[in-house]
Design a binder for this molecule. Structure first.
Ligand code: HAM
Length: 417
């Protein structure tokens, strides 16, 4: 006979199947975010996973890595170009406009879910990853920036990972400051053109600010002495930045000035920030964001200021570390067909009363008891034919081995006690 084994398809490169203790850490990050966004009164929003390609290409900047190299774009069956979202902000801005959410401005929004970027996978960098994301749309005041940063700081503290994570803060100034800085950078890097990496020679034409973000050794030497934004900030931009830093100081949030921080997306104005750590190797940015006052207009809406951030759930979960899966309160162990049928009702009642319950229904008695022990439950409820006939169960305290017969009607107080 020929071997007709079917080959199992492999998972897509850069995707992850997250399970067990890692999945618990992931869930813990999301639950903590959900709790905190309620404290700060951010409203929950659910977003589509794909949008028309223009939503992203017009928002993030044609020359950014995300748009030029990393988007999962495809034509649907109707011939329309669609893209799996590489980030939330552009889609949220589109939703703000198409749903007429201007009436709610300033609108505080929170969401989380999967995103897609065709990047080179490595530790902490995936092609499908997940973010928690918070935005305030329709607020020009520096208090909005402060609120978001204090919220991010509280999230990291409550996750127990604030130590070793630093807030790096910069301002990119208003449009005019940014343009003057851009011109100075073109001049400065232009003088060293031949010595720059090929990528940065290209960036010099297309997007000179991005050279500051280059990891290439040939560029780093020049980045250190490049003109900094401060020399180009308008009075208004300086005042705005001062108000943000004063707010952070008042709230007790530590920050560091990072004069060459530019971020990977083009929509930022004024405040730009990243929370970074050296505990994750090369992918040390856990949370990033800033102000994007021009984006609503770029998508065809009225001038609307906005600010926000996103954090990679996988990166936060790695810092949190593996979390044990919670134990059951009770393990129910039925033996025999009649007991198994009755157990379905007992288990349902216990769960409805709020107890976490495992049912051991596979194998012989020894296997079932060992499964009950593994569940970490305090009590096992053993149901045999004989117990059942008497309307009782045997309740065994697994840590001591003590056991007692308990009427089925009186199980709950014993198990809850
Ligand atoms: P971003 O810096 O592109 O910003 O991403 C934010 C965070 O998402 C990163 O700091 C990182 O933790 C995580 N992340 C990004 N790419 C990957 C990846 N390939 N694998 C794993 N984690 C990743 C934004 O997305 C902006 N939309 C943030 C924002 C919101 N700005 C204003 N509002």
């Amino acid at each position: 006979m020929t071997d007709k084994r079917i080959e199992t398809p492999q998972a897509i490169r850069g995707t992850q199947d997250i399970f067990g203790a890692e999945a618990e850490a992931f869930a813990h990050v999301v639950e903590t975010f959900e709790r905190i966004r309620r404290l700060y009164r951010f409203r929950r929003v659910e977003m589509p996973v794909f949008e028309k390609t223009a939503v992203f290409s017009r928002s993030l900047g044609e020359t950014t890595d995300v748009v030029s190299k990393e988007m999962y774009s495809f034509e649907d069956r109707g011939g329309e170009s669609l893209t799996l979202r590489p980030e939330f902000t552009a889609g949220l801005t589109r939703a703000f406009l198409t749903n007429g959410w201007q009436q709610h401005a300033p609108l505080k929004l929170a969401t989380h879910g999967p995103l897609f970027r065709y990047e080179r996978p490595q530790k902490g960098r995936y092609r499908q990853f997940h973010q928690i994301n918070a935005e305030i749309i329709g607020a020009a005041e520096p208090q909005a920036d402060v609120e978001l940063l204090v919220m991010a700081d509280q999230l990291l503290r409550e996750l127990g990972i604030a130590d070793g994570v630093t807030l790096q803060l910069n301002t990119l100034g208003d449009g005019e400051s940014r343009e003057n800085w851009r011109r100075a950078l073109v001049e400065y890097f232009g003088d060293h053109r031949a010595e720059l990496s090929e990528d940065s020679q290209d960036r010099l034409e297309r997007n000179p600010l991005r050279i500051l973000d280059s990891k290439d050794r040939r560029d780093r030497a020049f980045v250190a002495d490049a003109p900094q934004i401060d020399a180009f900030l308008s009075g208004e931009a300086q005042e705005f930045f001062a108000a943000v830093t004063e707010g952070l100081d008042a709230a007790g949030v530590a920050w560091e000035r990072a004069g060459s921080l530019v971020r990977g997306l083009d929509y930022y104005r004024h405040t730009a920030f990243e929370f970074v750590t050296d505990r994750l190797g090369a992918q040390g940015t856990v949370l990033g964001g800033g102000r994007y006052d021009g984006l609503v207009e770029a998508l065809g809406g009225p001038a609307t200021p906005a600010v926000g951030w996103a954090a990679g759930i996988e990166r936060l979960a790695m810092l949190v570390g593996e979390r044990g899966e919670p134990s059951a309160d009770v393990a129910v162990v039925p033996m025999g067909a009649a007991a198994e049928a009755a157990a379905a009702g007992i288990v349902a009642d216990l769960r409805r009363a709020g107890l976490t319950v495992d049912m051991a229904f596979k194998g012989n008695m020894k296997k079932r008891m060992s499964r009950a022990n593994d569940s970490g439950a305090r009590h096992a409820v053993i149901l045999g034919e004989e117990e059942l006939a008497a309307g009782e169960a045997t309740v065994k305290t697994l840590s001591t081995g003590d056991q007692a017969r308990v009427p089925l009607t009186g199980l709950l107080p014993v198990l809850k006690g």
